[in-house]
Design a protein around this ligand. Structure first.
Ligand code: DSN
Length: 444
């Protein structure tokens, strides 16, 4: 056994012996993940080798700066690791520039916004209820407080209308347009957004946190040739660790907002020293590991299954009378308007969890319920596809969803009764599916 393998074995034994309460919680969480159907669109399950990197001794290295320019000694190994992560990220996305240090997708977005813009500048991003993210301009985020946020929504068909975006851009003259979304089931036309950004002379940032894996695999158009800057989190469709990533394509060498630095140089300083101090180098190693997988045929097959599973799930749900926002999906997620049938998102989320199906409540366009109640449910297929479930297996998932919803007696916005017989029957079927389609690497 190598020293590293022995380290992880002993570490687990030590945890079990010295802190059984915490150890049991970790065991319980692993069991929960193994025995439930995770359909949260923002989640995935990292391979054990990614988690081994994330829990490695690299976490002990405290330094600042970038490879070859650190502010502390002892960085030979972490420099090599970070260079590997950067090279793999650039290759996977066809990018000229990559920064692997952001601690999350949100931190990546904030670093970009605060380096390219000045306080008070106008940002045009997708409304939260239409599918955008907090950092795209929500008043609940620091972005909405420090910048003048203008939101674009969706048309009556639920699709982004680029004519509306262009009109808003002409009227408000933003310094940045943000495209990409957290709960939008359709293709984003990055080239179209770039045309608008060029017309009004502003930056374009594409946040592909939700579809990054589809982008890498060619299952969704890539923003990298179009957006000045592309950001993503690494734990959703990249099946990586908690963390973020900043990329730039052909614009990386153009001048940044000042006169002295390129865009790439500005982005480099945006993360350190502007927004972050020491990077999490164990997470950087875990990103390198996850990025290596992106180049494999296995990953391309997985991403394709993610998309085809979602398409099949949408059809099966619609056939069973569910109200889908936009009537279907082009990517990995399916949005359901549960308010149309008199339910709230929180009730359906909790009832499904009792049945072993994990989803999240989500506000939808025109929602009158609060973010903790909502009228929508967001489903995703990242983890179903990872389990090896094929489009043909989506009928049973849709059936279980509908059985659970049909067994709910909603008493008010947050309280409900769930028929216990149906619940137990669904739980048995979910357990069977989890055994038939085990999570790779977690199946012992
Ligand atoms: N961005 C959040 C989501 O889409 O659920 C979590 O990362």
């Amino acid at each position: 056994m190598t020293r590293l393998a022995e380290f992880h074995r002993r570490a687990t034994e030590e945890l079990s012996a010295e802190d059984p309460d915490l150890f049991l919680l970790l065991e319980r969480e692993m069991s929960r993940q193994r025995s439930t159907l995770a359909m949260v669109a923002a989640c995935s399950t990292a391979p054990p080798s990614v988690l081994a990197c994330a829990g490695s001794a690299l976490a002990n290295v405290t330094t600042e700066g970038y490879p070859g320019g650190r502010f502390h000694a002892g960085c030979d190994v972490v420099d090599a690791v970070e260079r590997l992560a950067v090279t793999r990220a650039r290759e996977a996305f066809g990018a000229s520039y990559a920064n692997v240090q952001p601690h999350s997708g949100s931190s990546a977005n904030l670093a970009v916004l605060f380096s390219l813009l000045r306080p008070g500048d106008t940002v045009l991003g997708m409304d939260l209820d239409a599918g955008g993210h907090l950092t795209h301009g929500s008043p609940a985020s620091v972005v909405g407080r420090y910048f003048t946020a203008v939101g674009y929504g969706v048309g009556p068909d639920g699709h982004v209308n680029l004519h509306e975006v262009a009109e808003l851009a002409r009227r408000h003259r933003p310094k940045m347009i943000i495209c990409g979304a957290s709960s939008y089931p359709r293709v984003v036309d990055f080239a179209g957004f770039r045309r608008i950004a060029d017309e009004v002379g502003c930056w374009l940032m594409a946040d592909i946190s939700h579809v990054a894996g589809l982008v890498v695999a060619g299952e969704h158009p890539s923003p990298v040739p179009h957006a000045h800057v592309t950001t993503t989190s690494t734990y959703k469709q990249l099946y990586g660790p908690r963390g973020g990533l900043i990329l730039s394509g052909p614009d990386a060498d153009r001048p940044g907002p000042g006169t002295n630095a390129t865009l790439a140089g500005t982005l480099q300083r945006a993360v350190f020293p502007r927004a972050q101090g020491t990077p999490d180098l164990a997470a950087v190693a875990a990103k390198a590991r996850a990025f290596a997988a992106l180049a494999t045929p296995g990953f391309r097959a997985l991403a394709r299954r993610v998309r085809l599973d979602a398409a099949a799930l949408a059809v099966e749900l619609q056939d069973r009378g569910q109200n889908l926002i936009t009537g279907g999906t082009d990517n990995h997620l399916v949005m359901i308007d549960v308010g149309a049938k008199g339910y709230t998102g929180v009730v359906i989320e909790q009832a499904l969890e009792e049945c072993g199906i994990i989803v999240n409540k989500n506000r939808i366009v025109g929602d009158r319920k609060s973010a903790r109640v909502t009228s929508g449910i967001r489903l995703g297929t990242n983890t179903l596809a990872l389990r090896g479930m094929e489009p043909a297996d989506m009928a049973v998932c849709a059936e279980l969803y509908c059985q659970a919803v049909g067994a709910v007696d909603q008493l008010d916005d947050v309280n409900y009764r769930l028929d216990p017989v149906t619940r137990d029957e669904i739980r048995v079927t979910v357990n069977g599916l989890c055994e038939t389609f085990p999570l790779p690497g977690y199946d012992y």
